[in-house]
Design a binder for this molecule. Structure first.
Ligand code: AMP
Length: 196
């Protein structure tokens, strides 16, 4: 049996109700074999990077415990992307769902079709902000702590997505807003196919 490894998956969407795609993708991750979602970040609305002429993204991160080897995990993520109708036409262009392995334990992987840590994670606030949510002490091998990297880069173009608190209705004030997404605690919240 493979050892259990703590990994982080970045989620992103900017097509066809991005918030819904990201929320569904959290549930899809929890259904991967030998995999448990142990923390979900807040959702962030983020400005597109690179190819700017496209809608804003919703980004998030999931912290998982998994016994899947890195390539099996990647295959699982690509299958989830396909089920969300992902089409690859414009590089860095609009997508219904993008799932990336940001961290896989402390491993460094540099193989065909798989680079971990994700090569651009350390320079992207839309990855680092949710990464710090789910793993405040996360270290990106060879780059430093996610928290320090985020402090250096700043949060420009990255805003937590907030919803009005239930008793505030549509006129809810910012002070009453609550973050979408939550951190799961302890083993009680671990879910995977094993439990079904
Ligand atoms: P994209 O969806 O445009 O981010 O590209 C997905 C492709 O990037 C996948 O088919 C993988 O082969 C490759 N890739 C390389 N490293 C990673 C990673 N850490 N996580 C996800 N995909 C990766």
């Amino acid at each position: 049996m493979n050892p259990t490894v703590t990994a982080v998956v970045a989620l992103g969407s900017n097509l066809d109700d991005p918030e819904a795609h990201v929320k569904r993708a959290f549930a899809d991750l929890a259904r991967l074999p030998e995999t448990w979602v142990t923390a979900r970040s807040a959702l962030y609305r983020t400005a597109p990077v690179g190819y700017a002429d496209q809608p804003a993204f919703v980004n998030a991160c999931a912290r998982i415990e998994t016994r899947l080897a890195p390539r099996a995990l990647l295959d699982g993520l690509l299958a989830i992307e396909r089920r969300h109708g992902r089409v690859r036409d414009v590089p860095n262009g609009p997508r219904t769902l993008d799932l990336d392995i940001v961290l896989y334990g402390g491993a460094t992987i540099d193989g065909p079709g798989l680079s971990v840590p994700h090569p651009r994670a350390h320079e992207r606030a839309f990855v680092l902000a949710p990464l710090v949510d789910v793993w405040p002490q996360a270290v990106i091998p060879g780059k430093g702590t996610a928290r320090e990297l985020l402090e250096t880069i700043g949060m420009e173009g990255v805003q937590p997505l907030v919803i009005p608190a239930p008793d505030q209705g549509a006129r809810g004030q910012a002070s009453a807003a609550i973050h979408v997404g939550s951190r799961l605690r302890g083993n009680d919240d671990k879910r995977g196919n094993d439990d079904k």
